[in-house]
Design a protein around this ligand. Structure first.
Ligand SMILES: *[C@@H]1O[C@H](CO)[C@@H](O)[C@H](O)[C@H]1NC(C)=O
Ligand SMILES: *[C@@H]1O[C@H](CO)[C@@H](O)[C@H](O)[C@H]1NC(C)=O
Ligand SMILES: *[C@@H]1O[C@H](CO)[C@@H](O)[C@H](O)[C@H]1NC(C)=O
Ligand SMILES: *[C@@H]1O[C@H](CO)[C@@H](O)[C@H](O)[C@H]1NC(C)=O
Ligand SMILES: *[C@@H]1O[C@H](CO)[C@@H](O)[C@H](O)[C@H]1NC(C)=O
Ligand SMILES: *[C@@H]1O[C@H](CO)[C@@H](O)[C@H](O)[C@H]1NC(C)=O
Length: 338
């Protein structure tokens, strides 16, 4: 403390002789990493007479020197080195709370005169960034609904910027895709199938940049465009299969209803041997359990009788002709003339 006071007096007294020189530090601000070192370097214009470094708005003394041994404040014991030739200060190791403004005052001899000087330098100490993760909310994105992707950074309180990438390219914001002020959240309102892709967040501070693993966005949708494939009609006794399909992610579940009743699960509805009673409307309900949406489609099916009626008789005759190897052209002629 004694030396602090002596130097203060020297600087104050000399302020009367020569104007105080404003000295710019070599680097400002000085960036540091927790546990590492920072060098507050100055280059005064002559041999150093005395020097004091102070920290923070209250000018807490760090170290002072008046020609003999530097006097180091208790809080800085074993982690401060003062270069008594240049007045530069090294702090090692540094922690987050060493961030702030350091001011210095001192004197140099210039042409046998005592020249006082002063100045300040800002130090910002950063932590390494640990893990960076992209989290979706909701967990299962649904087409035409809102989706947020959040960039979570673990192991650092000093993230200075975040950058979003889609398929390796910077994500472009729009009316529909907006970024929060600190880029920690991307909001899709709403999310569309065209947003599918691989998303990454890169978190950065002045000492390090860390990218998240890729998050694959697959928007759930559907069911859409449900349809039933199968015959419109079939002869009594034949076997028939109806297949229902729809576009959907995840794949949807199908439920069949015949004439409004008889629910059957699965994409296919099979009838081993059709009878007259199987004529009617077959309804397929496609259900996506994630989107919660249902779509239905109806198919009318007729069973043609295998005996009476000119049309069906012809059909029967034709089949018989083909079966015994006669040209089908003759059968067709028979049908037309009947
Ligand atoms: C600054 O941080 C270090 C390490 O975290 C701690 O030991 C020290 O007490 C802190 N100093 C002040 C003034 O908060
Ligand atoms: C998405 O984030 C915004 C603001 O960050 C919030 O208002 C909204 O509720 C969030 N939506 C969802 C689905 O998490
Ligand atoms: C947010 O991202 C944009 C680019 O998408 C970038 O220009 C901006 O600097 C970023 N801001 C922060 C605070 O990370
Ligand atoms: C939907 O189908 C899946 C498999 O396709 C099955 O695991 C699931 O239990 C079905 N859900 C319902 C409600 O039937
Ligand atoms: C959709 O279909 C499933 C299964 O058939 C049913 O449980 C559910 O209630 C239906 N939802 C709507 C909205 O119709
Ligand atoms: C089923 O038969 C009825 C009466 O013969 C007919 O009006 C209808 O169009 C047929 N439907 C189909 C799908 O063939």
């Amino acid at each position: 403390m004694e030396t602090h006071i002596i130097i203060w007096i020297v600087v104050s007294l000399c302020a009367g002789c020569l104007a105080v020189l404003e000295l710019n530090p070599v680097t400002d601000p000085v960036i540091g990493l927790v546990g590492g070192s920072v060098l507050l370097e100055i280059k005064p214009p002559g041999p150093l007479g005395g020097m004091i470094w102070m920290f923070g708005p209250e000018d807490m003394p760090v170290v002072s020197w008046a020609g003999s041994e530097p006097e180091i404040d208790l809080d800085y014991k074993n982690r401060v080195t003062l270069n008594t030739k240049t007045g530069s200060l090294q702090l090692k190791p540094v922690s987050l709370n060493d961030s702030g403004v350091y001011t210095f005052e001192g004197t140099v001899f210039v042409s046998a005169e005592v020249q006082p000087f002063k100045g300040s330098v800002t130090v910002t100490v950063h932590t390494l960034i640990g893990t960076v993760i992209v989290n979706p909310n909701p967990e299962q994105p649904i087409e035409n609904q809102a989706l947020n992707l959040t960039c979570e950074v673990f192991g650092s309180k000093t993230v200075s910027s975040r950058l979003w990438l889609k398929d390796g390219q910077p994500l472009s914001a729009s009316d529909r895709i907006t970024l929060s002020a600190d880029n920690s959240t991307v909001s899709f309102n709403p999310v569309l199938l065209s947003d599918n892709g691989e998303y990454q967040c890169k978190a950065k501070n002045p000492v390090i940049e860390v990218a998240s693993p890729g998050y694959i966005l697959e928007v759930n949708y559907g069911p859409e465009q449900a349809s039933i494939t199968g015959p419109d009609s079939a002869a009594e006794g034949s076997s028939v299969t109806f297949t229902c399909s729809a576009q959907s992610l995840p794949p949807c579940n199908y439920t069949w209803y015949f004439n409004g009743a008889d629910a059957v699960q699965g994409s296919q509805y099979k009838i081993a041997s059709v009878s007259n009673a199987d004529s009617g409307s077959y309804t397929c309900v496609a259900w996506n359990s994630v989107t919660g949406r249902n779509t239905s489609v109806v198919k009318e099916f007729n069973v043609t009788e295998s005996g009476s009626g000119s049309g069906s008789g012809c059909l029967k005759a034709e089949i018989a002709q083909i079966a015994i190897g006669t040209l089908s052209g003759i059968a067709l002629l028979l049908c037309l003339s009947a």
